[in-house]
Design a protein around this ligand. Structure first.
Ligand code: G16
Length: 542
């Protein structure tokens, strides 16, 4: 029996860079999930009888939220819900499933790389029929709706057993529990030369993949060890845990430092890789060679044609604005389009749908292609594996060759995490207000060529997004970018992105922080970081 229950709005349900992310206790408030999910459905049209995909990264509160969502979906008239067994679906797997079964949309439960557990983070994101995150006009409408919602509809029914494959019924809605990996693994087989990768493993190629006790464990075990024959034990932390084993499932050099140490040691496998909480980010480290996400995007774009799924080449490349310009040089050489978008995967959807780009990527460890409408961690690892198997070279050799051909974009991101929000907002406002006077100024040898607040005009739907990050661009092509993270759940996180281009192969092997030292110092000076954030050093450097 469907019931309509009165509720009162919450004022803090504004979706950020990637859906609504809050601490678990916030989501546990009375009707908090119900309000948000009903608000999503209230902003959709013509979904009666249609299919909704539901799944998450297995973090704490995943199971409870799924039961609530299913009952609300049934009461609102969805005809079918498809759920990953145990509630497990990686973010790219949700995207793939929506597309392959032609679902109306999907709900992804995750707070990505943020920690999980009773005091950790949780999140709800709505994805549309192309498999990608809802565009801004939809998330804005959802937020507006959350502020006026007065009731929600929910089916009064027992919980569905989501651990057994098969079908169940909630009211008039059929619920199907499907294997979490099958559909995704089949898609990967259409893109990559599994025989070639298998041969490489048979010939002694070694990999260590850290699933960080998060969602990619089952996918990586099935594909890398099961289908491709990587040695047993190649996948570590392969079981998804509700609190990620107490770790921070963020595949960066801080939270996956052990992988970096392994890759730099005498026992280094040929490839070390990791993915995050919900399986959309990737970390790539070859023996003695860390590959920055920006470089990885450029290298994958330059080599994608070696994989069967991309044998006809790449139509265009898209990167988020703070991502380094390494990919631009590849696009230039290939004579294809390069698109610079605001941070957030949702901005790539239109470009992919229109066939303008094939590969997209972000400095925040995300790379993906037109196979889904999310970034895809394991996909990036498989593409690297296929390229390595095809070129029969090491990661280090491929990176060096790439720099020799295109030049190197030294790149680093400095994060000042969980600083006081008022100070962070004042810093950005002061920077913005000072933009006109920055242009033409010189700091030592560096002259400011241009300074602006990035705005994006979507060439497909004509929409405009403003205030997407302050850019200070220097005459020698170097750049400092400032923006506030849209994914944090406490205080504010200031991200400072620093980049310098080096064409001379003789000067491409300086340690990154040393190569960027003067720009880093300048990034603090120009924005008055210490004054506004009370921090004299970043909390994370990637
Ligand atoms: C999300 C978005 C990405 C974005 C990243 C960081 O990733 O999907 O597009 O680059 O957040 O965003 P911010 O700099 O605003 O924190 P994920 O992996 O967290 O879903």
């Amino acid at each position: 029996m469907a019931k309509e229950i009165a509720t009162t709005p919450y004022t803090d349900q504004r979706p950020g860079t990637s859906g609504l992310r809050k601490k678990v206790p916030v989501f546990q408030q009375r009707h908090y999930v119900e309000n948000f999910v009903q608000s999503i459905f209230d902003c959709l049209e013509d979904y009666q009888g249609q299919t909704l995909v539901v799944g998450g990264d297995g973090r704490y509160y995943n199971r409870e939220a799924i039961q609530t969502i299913l009952k609300i979906a049934a009461a609102n008239g969805f005809g079918r819900a498809v759920v990953g067994r145990g509630g497990i679906l990686s973010t790219p797997a949700v995207s793939a499933l929506i597309r392959s079964i032609k679902a109306f949309g999907g709900i992804v439960l995750s707070a990505s790389h943020n920690p999980g557990g009773p005091d950790g983070d949780f999140g709800i994101k709505y994805n549309v029929a192309n498999g990608g995150p809802a565009p801004e006009k939809v998330t804005d409408a959802i937020y507006a709706r959350t502020r006026e919602i007065a009731s929600f509809k929910i089916e009064e029914a027992p919980d569905v057993d989501i651990d057994a494959l098969g079908a169940a019924q909630i009211g008039a809605m059929r619920v199907e529990i499907v294997d979490s990996v099958e559909n995704y693994a089949a898609l990967m087989q259409t893109l990559f030369d599994f025989d070639r990768i298998r041969d490489a493993f048979r010939a002694g190629f070694t990999i260590k993949f850290d699933a960080m006790s998060a969602v990619t464990g089952p996918y990586a075990s099935a594909i890398l060890e099961g289908m491709l024959g990587a040695a047993p034990g190649s996948v570590m932390h392969g079981e998804p845990l509700p609190d990620f084993g107490g770790h921070h499932p963020d595949p960066n050099l801080v939270h996956a430092a052990h992988l970096y140490d392994l890759a730099m040691s005498a026992k280094a496998p040929d490839l070390c890789a990791a993915s995050d909480g919900d399986g959309d980010r990737n970390l790539i480290i070859g023996r003695n060679r860390f590959v920055t996400p920006s470089d990885s995007l450029a290298i994958l774009a330059a080599n994608a044609h070696l994989a069967p799924g991309y044998k006809n080449g790449v139509a265009g490349i898209a990167r988020s604005m703070p991502t380094s310009a390494a990919a631009d040089r590849v696009a230039e050489k290939l004579g294809i389009g390069i698109y610079e978008t605001p941070t957030g995967w949702k901005f790539f959807g239109n470009l992919l749908d229109a066939g303008l780009v094939t590969i997209c990527g972000e400095e925040s460890a995300g790379t993906g292609s037109n196979h889904v409408r999310e970034k895809d961690g394991l996909w990036a690892v498989l593409l690297w594996l296929d390229v390595l198997a095809a070129r029969k070279q090491s990661v280090d050799a491929i990176v060096r060759e790439h720099w020799a051909t295109y030049g190197r974009n030294y790149y680093s991101r400095h994060d000042y995490e969980e600083v006081e929000a008022d100070g962070a907002n004042a810093l950005i406002k002061t920077l913005r207000d000072g933009l006109p006077s920055l242009k033409g100024k010189t700091f030592g040898a560096l002259e400011v060529r241009d300074a602006d607040d990035f705005a994006y005009h979507d060439p497909v739907d004509g929409s405009d997004s403003r205030n997407q990050g302050v850019r200070v661009m220097f005459a020698d092509g170097s750049r400092i970018v400032y923006r506030l993270s849209g994914t944090g759940t406490a205080g504010a996180t200031l991200r400072v992105y620093i980049e310098r281009y080096e064409a001379d192969p003789a000067r491409q092997f300086v340690e990154t922080q040393a190569a960027l030292a003067d720009l880093v110092a300048l990034s603090r000076e120009i924005a008055g970081i210490e004054r506004f954030t009370k921090r004299n050093a970043p909390s994370v450097i990637t």
